[in-house]
Design a protein around this ligand. Sequence first.
Ligand SMILES: [Zn+2]
Length: 343
Amino acid sequence: MKAKLESLKALFDAEIKKVSSPTDLDELEIKFLGRKAGELTAVLRGLKNLPEDQRKEIGNFANQLRGEIENAITEIRNQLSGSQKIDRFFDLTLPGTELPNGHLHLMTKAIREITEIFERIGFNRVRYPEVEWDWYAFEALNMPGDHPARDEWETFFIDDKEIGPKGKRLLTPHTSSGQVREMERKELPIRMTNISKCYRRQSDISHAPMFHQFEGLMIDTDVTIAHLKGVLDYFAKQFFGPNRTARIRPYHFQFTEPSFEVDISCGLCEGKGCRMCKSGWLEIGGAGMVHPNVLKAGKIDPKKYSGFAFGWGVERCYLMKPGLSIPDIRELYQSDLRFLKQF
Ligand SMILES: [Zn+2]
């Protein structure tokens, strides 16, 4: 029995030298000290079958050997975990884990881009209330209370008990409500862009109940349609690309006279006509020379001054950029990061 223990000790001494990883060490520990099949465990279990005179001596020797093995294993384990710490050395020069990075919303980018384009020709961006008086939204724009033109704007009205001197309150259905406010606020000449949220009771793939418009207004002496045409053309080239042009077609709006619809030449066929545009042109918004009644509402003498105005949807305009294809405009405002991340 003692010989068996001595050969176990020799075997252990040989095997522990080969240990090079925590896994090796675990296997070694199980091999000698394992509860079920450990070699030393088996010897210790067999002690009770020995004659009494040998039991004490062999028992002491076996326990001493177990102590030695346990100490040796603990020592190697410490060394290994020490060296593991060296393996996991913290390298300061490694790049860190990157935090998810956000970016501006597509419409914020569009608004900034449009703002900058007009700033370069002296149009400053202004902002007016989103909750507005009927007077600024309709009345002052040459649309009296019962005028059918009002029906074109599916307006949200505020449910006020009392109606003030400027009429009901409403959510701005268009940015044109800023025109007369700007005339009241500022000395002439005026060159402004008003870009803000608008609200209408409509929701389908090309309309969201909340959307953005931008409005340009210029008032000075001797402002003509040629100035309007020049500004529209400048914008088409800056925003869509140098090969694009703008054209105006006669139309009717209540607050401009004459009024126009504005088209931009198609980017695919450059105005020749293709499947996308049919005529070579894409409709983008409305424009016109400020109606004398609107100038009067802003306390400006229409005999001395003239001006032009134009107003377009930011979403519609931005989605007409080459390479952008968004099947449903409402997706822009559903805050779905999977959608927004693409841009
Ligand atoms: Zn085309």
